[in-house]
Design a protein around this ligand. Structure first.
Ligand code: GLA
Length: 384
């Protein structure tokens, strides 16, 4: 959608980070489960270096940028053992800064939208940065996806991973409280990719962190994902208004195109003409997971590409899952493999609290108070 592209670019411009690139380098992660390898990926306009970390374990190869904690590449094998990069991305910093629709990025402080960028907490009203029409999307004009994170590699037993740190100062993008954030990416010996999010605050605030990876299990840039089969363990979803802000209703998926309780190809009902789909140009909704908030991550979604046999299973402790069918990809972005991304050429599955929760008393709370630690985990298990 034009609106989104424009707002993303406006965000980058506001951040003053028109960038220059130094090339992508050639370092490879050591085979097996060696230590993460660091290389220079490029530089921001102000000279800040952006590094790329490569790690590999259990057949999964992950490349992560210090800018936005972006997953730039994620390779997994197909049923014949052939690896492919299954996430959308760019091969240079400039494109990430200038025009990325959050490819692979860490999202904060608040994943998805907050209506008019406004909320009230403890009787005080806050106005957030507005960057999607009248609404605030993915943390505002300069969200966590547009900051350089401190990255610290680790190996622990047979695990390899990265700790990513970012401190968001009190008032940044309009959010109250200094938020200290730590995100850990871990690859275990089974090739599972785990994300652990942690945050603390010094004033009451709201928080909802997520990861914005665009998946195409047939390989990024290989065409539509409409033949991918998806299952989501949710009997209800949160319908939205025209600006994609939840109305507050929890609607039943039964008898609608939103029913993914049994695996079905994404394309099967995507043109069914349901008003919620017409409005969103496809699927761009939050599914209220049947399990609700859980102490431990539970399996909530499975994605499968019948051609390659590759599967992705997602487990989370979060109450919601945003399934976005790549509706705003419009053939204007060229990815890492040199091919353009068109509508529906990738999809996102964002584990999260419900969009606009601070404005809906019936949605689970996203409030974080001093002395509390926000903790959430999402696990991606791959197969073929
Ligand atoms: C999320 C939103 C979409 C869109 C993408 C980025 O998934 O729900 O509406 O903004 O991010 O383009």
């Amino acid at each position: 959608m034009e609106l989104n592209r424009r707002t993303v670019i406006a965000g980058a411009a506001a951040a003053g980070v028109a960038a220059t690139t130094l090339g992508t380098g050639t370092a490879q992660a050591a085979a097996g489960s060696g230590k993460p390898v660091k290389e220079l990926f490029g530089k921001l306009a102000d000279g800040t270096k952006v590094y790329r970390w490569s790690l590999e374990n259990g057949g999964t190869r992950l490349k992560v940028l210090s800018y936005g904690g972006i997953v730039q590449s994620l390779e997994i094998p197909d049923r014949h053992g052939r690896h492919a990069n299954v996430v959308n991305g760019f091969d240079n910093v400039d494109d990430y800064v200038a025009k990325s629709p959050y490819f692979g990025a860490l999202i904060g402080r608040y994943g998805n939208r907050i209506g008019k960028g406004q909320f009230t907490l403890d009787g005080k009203s806050y106005q957030l940065s507005v960057n999607d029409g009248v609404n605030s999307l993915h943390g505002g004009a300069k969200g966590f996806d547009k900051h350089v994170w401190d990255v610290e590699p680790f190996t622990r037993g047979s695990d390899v991973g990265l700790h990513l740190h970012y401190t968001s100062v009190d008032g940044e993008m309009g959010y109250p409280g200094t938020l200290r954030t730590k995100v850990t990416y871990t690859l275990n010996r089974h090739g599972e990719w785990r994300i652990d999010y942690e945050a603390t605050t010094d004033k009451p605030t709201i928080v909802n962190l997520t990861s914005h990876v665009y998946w195409n299990l047939a390989g990024e840039g290989s065409g539509t994902v409409e033949d991918h089969e998806l299952r989501i363990a949710a009997s209800r979803y949160t319908p939205t208004d025209a600006g994609l802000i939840p109305t507050g209703e929890l609607a039943k998926v039964a008898g609608t195109p939103f029913d993914f309780r049994h695996a079905k190809p994404i394309g099967r009902d995507i043109r069914a003409g349901h008003e919620q789909q017409v409005q969103a140009k496809g699927y761009d909704h939050n599914w209220a997971l049947d399990k609700g908030i859980t102490a431990k991550p539970e399996h909530v979604a499975t994605l499968r590409d019948p051609r390659s046999g590759r599967t992705l299973k997602i487990a989370t402790d979060q109450p919601g899952l945003q399934f976005y069918s790549g509706n705003f990809l419009d053939g204007t972005l060229t990815g890492t493999g040199g091919r353009t991304y068109r509508q529906g050429d990738a999809l996102c599955l964002e584990t999260q609290h419900f969009p606009d929760s601070p404005n809906h008393a019936n949605f689970p709370s996203t409030v974080l108070r001093p002395g509390q630690t926000y903790r959430t985990t999402t696990i991606h298990t791959f197969g073929a």
